[in-house]
Design a binder for this molecule. Structure first.
Ligand code: 5GP
Length: 203
């Protein structure tokens, strides 16, 4: 059977919901899945490496890429640019490789418009109190950035209903398993499989 095209899986969630850990666990369960490394102008957090979590760019470098049409989508949140490079998704998709993108709600909406077959998943926290405590505990937020993040959470919550799936991150492993199950089920959809030659008899 001819290989079908890869699938896009977009994962979003409020800042501080533990997306990073969940996504990492998804990758451990699905080694063939590819992560789309976004570009950003925000500074790396402790432990983050250029070319792993993000490509960390200056504002000038980012704007050059915008002008060159290198992004499939990009957004500016308060002070920082975030964008998905065309090269990060088109090549693997053509090779039949599934790609996971971690995007905010604006990015998820734009990707869904451009790739209607993409699968969108929103990760929610068990409670808003738990989320606030986590954000403060992370220690990387100034009072201003914390209040910005909380405002962002309020805005993003209005868009959850547009996602294909919603999962709760109570226990990261369980949440990751739910996402793995979603990806596996989506892969089995008849529309995603190349069934043309399935019943052609071989001599
Ligand atoms: P953080 O600064 O916490 O890594 O990310 C902030 C937000 O930007 C998160 O909601 C994250 O999912 C989103 N984000 C990361 N990369 C991209 C991207 O390429 N495009 C868009 N639209 N959002 C992104």
């Amino acid at each position: 059977m001819e290989k079908s095209k890869g699938m896009l899986i977009v994962v979003s969630g409020f800042s501080g919901v533990g997306k990073g850990t969940v996504v990492q666990l998804v990758f451990e369960s699905m080694p063939n899945l590819q992560f789309s490394i976004s570009c950003t102008t925000r500074k790396p957090r402790a432990g983050e490496e250029n070319g792993v979590e993000y490509f960390f760019l200056s504002e000038e470098e980012f704007e050059k890429k915008i002008a060159a049409g290198e992004f499939v989508e990009y957004t500016k949140t308060f002070t920082n640019y975030y964008g998905t490079l065309k090269s990060e998704i088109d090549k693997p998709l053509d090779r039949g490789v599934d790609v996971l993108l971690e995007l905010n709600v604006v990015g998820a909406k734009n990707i869904k418009k451009l790739y209607p077959d993409s699968v969108t998943v929103f990760i929610t926290p068990p409670s808003i109190g738990a989320l606030k405590a986590r954000l403060i505990g992370r220690g990387s937020e100034t009072p201003e950035s914390l209040s910005r993040r909380l405002k962002e959470i309020e805005n993003e919550s209005k868009d959850i209903c547009h996602y294909d799936y919603v999962v709760t991150n109570n226990v990261a492993r369980t949440c990751a398993d739910e996402i793995v199950n979603i990806i596996r089920s989506e892969r089995l959809k008849t529309s995603r499989q190349n069934l043309k030659n399935l019943f052609v008899q071989e001599d």
